[in-house]
Ligand binder design. Structure first.
Ligand code: F6P
Length: 501
């Protein structure tokens, strides 16, 4: 098959430039690249379509074509949209309609071979799928990644600040584009059932998609990169990383405790991730403290228990809370925190710590999918994970547990979960083995790509089979993005704040 990935925001290049450094270069790009590469390896012809940028500050994205060395059948193809400069994703909308979509259509017309289907990503990719299909009839799947209504909820948008928020984020355009995408796609792809039922059922999407309609959704979970996180993989910096971890443990831990297993946590220092709940659980359990140290891996921050370093405002707040518990509960010498950058180093640290019977913990208040625990378990660490969100689907099926699920709001429950794995060698072995097998069976990018391919084959043969009865009309702004056609504040307010109807 010939498959196109519509992903105008961010960008792609062989060096994965700016990944995690800029908000438009995060998990979505990892997802698109990984699925595209897996399809390419399987012999399909894949185009990742993104934006061409002529900007001395962003020199990596100036060429029309690019590729990943050694990866067969995958092209990165870039198209101009609006000004030459890099633009954050919120500012792309008019340029996608005016330039990007026509450029994509013209490119394939010239080349003389269109993709059989598109996968589209985020509301902006989805909108482009809608417009291309209208013009040339190529069916598309829609993968939202992150929906605007939930972002508005998180930002706690109120009628009073709607205008200011919309000026910056263009939520009006985003919600309308998402509604069109989820309505007109051949099918919508979510990572979990919860994503379908909890996120797409937001009142802002009412009338665009029916979450109860099985034809409109397919669950395709993302995967773990086993070349990086596999228990038998080896990073280029494997030895250096092991040395570094050993060195930091020596720096932070009491002499007699340095060989103990670790309870490892590795996520952004964001209040949502609830590091403090984990530190409190550790402080509460004598048994856990006797058997293990607490190890926090903190990205770019190398000694965050003692200095803020480059920590931003929210990170500093989280650190202040952690330090307070450490001091009050006398945990110094039992807790270590240090930075490691890049996935290969993280994976090497997991493998090193797994050798001494460590466990991985993620006690976030809510975790939409939860790839991090799957990466850790693939590398050999059994996991203790929040019961809220994706992990309740990925790490439990019926009565079978693949990780220990805990209530993140209850430090005693977290402590009990940690004790369960630390105090029983057989349980440790069993959870490590079972968890790892679960990832190998279910959560690899090959598997993700195969699931997409099944759906794509289906929609190429019968693009209408899963379509809803009522198609939404295309908003005038997405026909002609002049200011007078823009999504108004009243329209946005009606979509987002409407209640009960
Ligand atoms: O790649 C970055 C990402 O993971 C994308 O899904 C999206 O661009 C972003 O994070 C989240 O988007 P937003 O904050 O606009 O909802």
């Amino acid at each position: 098959m010939h498959i196109g990935f519509l992903n105008p925001q961010g960008n792609f290049d062989p060096a994965d430039s700016y990944w995690t450094e800029h908000p438009d270069f995060g998990g979505q790009l990892v997802y698109v690249k990984s699925v595209a590469m897996a399809m390419g390896e399987m012999g399909h012809s894949v185009d990742i379509l993104t934006r061409q940028i002529q900007d001395p500050e962003w020199p990596e994205f100036s060429q029309r074509f690019d590729s990943y060395p050694g990866v067969p059948n995958v092209r990165i193809v870039r198209f101009p949209a609006g000004p030459d400069a890099f633009l954050r994703k919120e500012l792309l909308w008019p340029h996608l309609v005016q330039d990007w979509v026509p450029n994509v259509i013209a490119f394939y017309a010239n080349e003389g071979g269109r993709p059989d289907a598109f996968t589209t990503h985020y509301g902006d990719g989805g909108l482009c799928g809608v417009l291309i299909e209208e013009d040339v009839g190529i069916p598309f799947t829609f993968t939202g990644h992150s929906l605007g209504a939930q972002k508005m909820d998180k930002l706690n948008v109120r009628p009073d600040d709607l205008e200011e928020m919309d000026d910056h984020f263009h939520f009006g355009r985003r919600l309308v584009a998402e509604r069109l995408s989820m309505n007109r796609s051949a099918v919508n792809v979510t990572s979990t059932r919860q994503e379908r039922f909890e996120q797409y059922s937001h009142r802002a999407y009412r009338g665009a998609v029916d979450v109860e309609d099985d034809r409109r959704f397919v669950v395709i979970p993302p995967g773990v990169n086993l070349d990086i996180f596999g228990a038998d993989a080896r990073a280029e910096n494997e030895t250096v990383t092991r040395e570094r971890v050993r060195d930091r443990l020596e720096r932070d831990l009491d002499e007699g405790r340095r060989g103990l297993p670790a309870v490892v946590a590795s996520s952004r220092l964001d209040p949502k991730k609830n590091h403090v709940g984990l530190v409190r659980a550790f402080a509460r359990s004598e048994e856990v403290q006797e058997r293990a140290n607490l190890v926090l891996i903190t990205g770019a921050l190398d000694d965050p228990l003692r200095e803020d370093g480059s920590a931003g405002g929210t990170e500093q707040e989280v650190l202040a809370e952690i330090r307070e518990v450490v001091e009050k509960r006398d945990l110094e010498g039992k807790i270590s925190a240090f930075g490691l950058q890049g996935q290969p180093a993280l994976a090497a640290a997991y493998r090193f710590l797994a050798e001494r019977g460590s466990i991985f913990a993620l006690t976030a208040h809510y975790e939409p999918f939860g790839l991090a625990p799957l990466e850790a378990v693939a590398a050999g660490l059994p996991v203790v994970v929040t019961q809220n969100g994706g992990p309740s689907e990925s790490l439990r099926e019926g009565d079978t547990e693949y990780g220990v699920l805990v209530d993140p709001a209850d430090p005693d429950d977290i402590a009990k979960g940690l004790e369960r794995l630390l105090s029983d060698e057989e349980a440790w072995e069993e959870f490590a083995r079972r968890g790892r097998q679960r990832v190998l069976d279910r959560y690899t990018w090959d598997r993700t790509a195969q699931s997409y391919l099944e759906v794509l084959r289906e929609i190429v043969v019968a693009p209408e089979a899963r379509r809803p009865e009522k198609l939404l009309p295309i908003h005038p702004y997405f026909r002609d993005p002049e200011p007078e056609n823009d999504v108004t504040l009243d329209e946005l307010s009606e979509l987002y704040f409407r209640s009960g109807r």
